[in-house]
Design a protein around this ligand. Structure first.
Ligand SMILES: *Cc1c(COP(=O)(O)O)cnc(C)c1O
Length: 361
């Protein structure tokens, strides 16, 4: 059977070579006579995967010495609670920048445990852009300011991160981690569910500055504690072995293909193919995001009417492209083109968009 072009927002497409490698090792991992799924997480084979994945993230993202990389469970959604519980003491508070549905969820979850302020929001414009620096009103002495780097549902992305002086930044990078270079040292903590850019669902990467592990309140649940997971090298309890193994293969693939410098270039090229069709369609395709907030990972766009949007979604499936139907809060279409989406997939979509307009213009 032919592989289709999978534009799903997540779980998302994975590199074919990674899937083939996993397939080749599935029944007998490195001469152990069993799959990595059946292996104990206390074996040297699994420990090698765990430490290689950690080392590759540090290398690819240029993570400074004073940070830890953790592999946790519960998805990015669990981090919505873990971040405030670990980082905010009883007499403190945190600020949230609302740029979409996930940022809102992070804010609402934090509000259950701590005093959370909204430092900026573009909700009134249906989250079609990232706020300007002068719109961000940081409160007096927050424990951190939380932002969502890439807004998966609305198709916007921070082009550069705001400089907030000494205030620690916390970022949800679930849908754009390892898609471009950025300065990790600007952040106190970064978290990302794996199933968009890193591998299959089941593991969440947390990159945390070591000094933040010193003052975690005694009262919070063990499984949510960054200090416990750091002390145990992410092996406090049974980790999602197969997911971490897959993430490690994806990280090797990224490194073998030129690291983040090359990934960034490929991603810009891929996104330009589709945005160029939108911009030269004379208004037939209308992007949801304003231009200077456009995401290179999730491209959201509308057609002249909902009938045509339905037709577009149905015909694209017939052409071997799935997952293009947009999220209900934006409507229209969404193309998720993470690291593992090929240039061929983006070219096929761009060509289909042009043909569709010609036939239905
Ligand atoms: C998908 C997504 C989430 C939710 O991730 P889960 O792992 O399903 O909890 C959170 N934030 C962003 C930006 C996402 O894209």
């Amino acid at each position: 059977m032919e592989r289709i072009f999978n534009f799903n927002a997540g779980p998302a497409t994975l590199p074919l070579v990674v899937l083939e490698e996993a397939q080749s090792e599935l029944l007998n991992f490195k001469g152990t006579g069993m799959s990595i799924m059946e292996n104990s997480h206390r074996t040297k084979e699994y420990e090698a995967i765990n430490s290689e994945a950690e080392a590759l993230i540090k290398e690819l993202l240029n993570v400074p010495e004073n940070y830890r990389v953790l592999f946790l469970q519960g998805g990015a959604s669990t981090q919505f609670a873990a971040v405030p519980l670990n980082l905010v003491s009883a007499d403190s508070h945190a600020d949230y920048i609302l740029t979409g549905a996930w940022a809102e969820k992070a804010y609402k979850e934090a509000s259950k445990f701590i005093k959370a302020n909204v430092a900026a929001s573009t909700k009134d414009e249906n989250y079609n852009r990232i706020p300007r620096r002068d719109e961000i009103k940081v409160s007096e002495g927050p424990a951190y300011v939380h932002l969502c780097a890439n807004n998966t549902i609305f198709g916007t992305q921070w082009q550069s991160f705001p400089d907030l002086g000494n205030i620690p930044l916390v970022a949800d990078m679930s849908s754009d981690i390892l898609s471009r270079r950025f300065d990790v040292s600007k952040f106190a903590l970064i978290y990302a569910g794996a199933q968009k850019n890193l591998g299959p669902a089941g593991v969440t990467v947390v990159i945390v500055r070591k000094d933040l592990l010193e003052n975690i309140p005694a009262s919070i649940p063990t499984m949510l504690r960054y200090d416990i997971h750091a002390k145990n090298d992410s092996l406090y309890n049974t980790p999602p072995c197969f997911s971490v193994y897959m993430v490690n293969l994806v990280l090797r693939w990224l490194k073998n293909n030129g690291g983040l410098v090359a990934a960034e270039k490929r991603n810009a090229e891929k996104a330009a193919l589709i945005y160029n069709v939108i911009d030269s369609s004379e208004g037939y395709y209308r992007g949801h995001a304003v231009k200077d907030s456009r995401s290179l990972m999730n491209i959201t766009f509308r057609l002249p009417n909902e009938e045509l949007e339905k037709k577009f979604a149905a015909e694209s499936i017939a052409q071997g492209m799935i997952g293009l139907k947009g999220h209900r809060s934006v409507g229209g279409l969404r193309a998720s083109i993470y690291n593992a989406m090929s240039l061929e997939g983006c070219t096929a979509l761009a060509e289909f968009m042009k043909t569709f307009q010609t036939n239905n213009g």
